[in-house]
Write a protein that binds this ligand. Structure first.
Ligand SMILES: Nc1nc2c(ncn2[C@@H]2O[C@H](COP(=O)(O)OP(=O)(O)OP(=O)(O)O)[C@@H](O)[C@H]2O)c(=O)[nH]1
Ligand SMILES: [Mg+2]
Length: 237
């Protein structure tokens, strides 16, 4: 068994999934892969099963209904911890994250970082092909969260990251309630507040070419409300 597990959550990613799996297997042949599918109506789950039947490093977790990115990751994390993986990677299925960046990110994790964030908003990081409105939401949302939470992290919402298993054990996953972007903010902030080493590694994020975004106003609203509440109450998350 590898010591690294890459978790890819999927919902209707039929066209993008085989591409990202192919790219990942090419650059990180030693890593294992867990696809967490929420019963995608387009057949992504069946496609994932086909990929897994041809490659023993791939496993699929099928969930009954769409419950959001946060729930899918929590299920994946608990499987990863139970199986004894050391490094647990979060990556989107839509091609926005380049698996080749994981080589340097894993080096940072191996040399001691508790959480490595693939970051768009640090010097050297970038976003390709995003309309101005997406840039605006991501940049201003991150700036707001950073200020309200008194955080040093510039890309709190990044969905491309590596946790040490120990980090996930220490941030009490049982009490995490957030779903979308807010899930990413909550976990990064928990790690930071517990004094763990969070390193931001600049990445180039590319707008998805296949499939449809699952982003919607509710996800932004959840993040705004929760972040504001955490900031005001200054409760330890
Ligand atoms: N299992 C599962 N996966 C999900 C769910 N919602 C989103 N995903 C997956 O999570 C990843 C990120 O979702 P995206 O729709 O790309 O969200 P995003 O990256 O914030 O938005 P875009 O930049 O517009 O693509 C993708 O691989 C999705 O298929 C869900 O409810 N369940
Ligand atoms: Mg995406």
């Amino acid at each position: 068994m590898s010591e690294t597990l890459v978790i890819i959550p999927t919902y209707n990613e039929l066209s993008g999934l085989p591409k990202i799996v192919g790219r990942l297997r090419q650059v990180l042949p030693a890593a294992d892969l867990l696809i967490v599918d929420d019963s995608s109506p387009d057949g992504t789950g069946e496609l994932a099963d086909q990929l897994a039947s041809k490659d023993s490093a791939i496993e699929v977790l099928h969930r009954d209904a769409k419950q959001g990115l946060g729930r899918a990751y929590l299920a994946g994390f608990s499987l990863a911890i139970d199986k004894g993986y050391q490094f647990i990677v979060e990556m989107d299925a839509d091609g926005s994250h380049d698996p080749a960046e994981l080589i340097q990110m894993l080096e940072l994790a191996e040399s001691g970082a508790d959480l490595v964030l693939g970051s768009r908003w640090v010097p050297g990081g970038s976003v390709a092909n995003w309309p101005w409105i997406r840039r605006f939401i991501s940049k201003s949302g991150n700036r707001y969260a950073r200020w309200v939470l008194n955080s040093r992290i510039r890309d709190l919402t990044s969905g491309f990251r590596i946790y040490r298993a120990q980090t996930l054990r220490r941030i009490s996953l049982d009490s995490v309630s957030s779903q979308g972007y807010c899930f990413q903010i909550e976990l990064a902030w928990r790690a930071e507040r517990r004094g763990m080493t969070v390193i931001e590694h600049p990445i180039r994020f590319v707008e998805r070419v296949d499939g449809k975004s699952k982003m919607h106003a509710g996800i932004v609203a959840e993040a705004l409300l929760k972040v504001t509440w955490w900031g005001i109450s200054r409760r330890r998350p």
